[in-house]
Design a protein around this ligand. Structure first.
Ligand code: X2X
Length: 333
């Protein structure tokens, strides 16, 4: 469809009347949904990937990207992915955990000290464990997880410098029990809100703050509605490239290989983009009016421990998943 529209534009003719001889409807027309705007590297790389898939499949596989929750909020699109209304979905493992509980195991607070630790775990045993859980839950998942990043805390109320600053803070968290549990343990008052409604919840003051990596703080223009940004680094999160099993099985193997290769390569490129942004955006956000502060993570982790957060989630994830997590980050949690 896009090819036809581009052809029409180039010829200066009205799109509906153009049927260039070479173009034909794709054999497989599919949708890829996600919650980020077109400016976020996720969609820059997703757009590149679907263009290559169209080309390398000789026009047989046409995947259209729907950014910014155009097909619905994340928890709705997860239902559409299961039913086959959406074929592909880039989704946080923690939101996915509303369907597949142990997919959230990467989200345990302060588990990863840095990106090296993240990639060795997620490209290693921990990622393999999560993917096996996802496949057992009836979905397809591509090998390489895409980056969201280490999450930072923004607020209109004041900076977070010690755990006490979270006391009573109305904070938006994504829809996932792990997030609610973590911020309850910090002493905050978390509210589950899909990403699609987050900006307006901040703007109207339904919540004081939210937490997301700097790439999202920037591309979703949160400096317009948030004054403070505290580098809490409390959790790393990513996006799995999920697929509907029936739609995936309908693709011949050679086309599956083209799709997988391009989605995985796009994920690797997106990681580089997002890591670079998360490390470089502070100055730009300060220029946009945000006040930044750095945070010592130790008392925050201690607060979670005292509140029973780690014990609770070890119980929920179970000994096997917890042991894999501890091995993957090479420490006891
Ligand atoms: O909803 C969020 O905050 C986001 C964009 O980070 C996730 O997808 C978890």
């Amino acid at each position: 469809r896009r090819t036809l529209l581009m052809g029409a534009a180039a010829l200066g003719l009205a799109a509906p009347f153009i049927r260039p001889g070479a173009a034909r409807a794709a054999e497989f027309t599919m949708k890829l949904a996600n919650n980020q705007p077109m400016t976020h590297p996720t969609n820059v790389r997703a757009a590149e990937a679907v263009a290559k898939i169209l080309e390398e499949s000789d026009g047989r596989v046409d995947i259209q990207v729907f950014p910014s929750n155009q097909l619905g909020a994340d928890t709705d699109v997860l239902g559409q992915l299961r039913s086959g209304g959406v074929e592909f979905f880039l989704l946080s493992p923690l939101i996915l955990s509303t369907l597949i509980p142990n997919a959230a195991v990467n989200g345990v607070g302060f588990a990863f000290p840095n990106y090296d630790a993240v990639w060795s775990a997620m490209d290693g045993e921990l990622g393999a464990y999560a993917r096996s859980q996802i496949e057992a839950g009836g979905l397809i998942v591509q090998e390489n997880i895409w980056d969201n990043g280490f999450r930072q805390t923004t607020s209109s109320r004041g900076p977070i410098t010690t755990p006490a600053d979270f006391e009573g803070m109305k904070i938006r968290v994504p829809v996932s029990p792990l997030w609610t549990s973590m911020f309850t343990a910090f002493g905050a008052a978390p509210t589950s809100i899909n990403f699609a409604e987050t900006y307006s919840a901040l703007q109207t003051g339904i919540v004081d703050g939210q937490e997301n990596p700097l790439a999202i703080v920037s591309t979703s223009k949160m400096a317009e509605v948030q004054k403070y940004c505290s580098l809490t680094n409390h959790m790393w999160d990513g996006f799995w490239m999920l697929g509907n099993r029936r739609a995936w099985s309908a693709l011949p193997e050679d086309l599956q290989a083209i799709v997988s290769k391009n989605f995985n390569e796009a994920g690797m490129a997106q990681r580089q983009d997002v890591m670079a942004l998360n490390e470089s955006l502070r100055g730009e956000l300060e220029a946009a009016g945000m006040a930044f502060n750095e945070v010592d993570p130790a008392p925050f982790e201690q607060k979670l421990r005292e509140a029973g957060f780690y014990a609770e989630w070890k119980g929920k994830f179970g000994d096997e998943a917890w042991a894999i997590l501890e091995r993957s980050v090479d420490r006891a949690l």
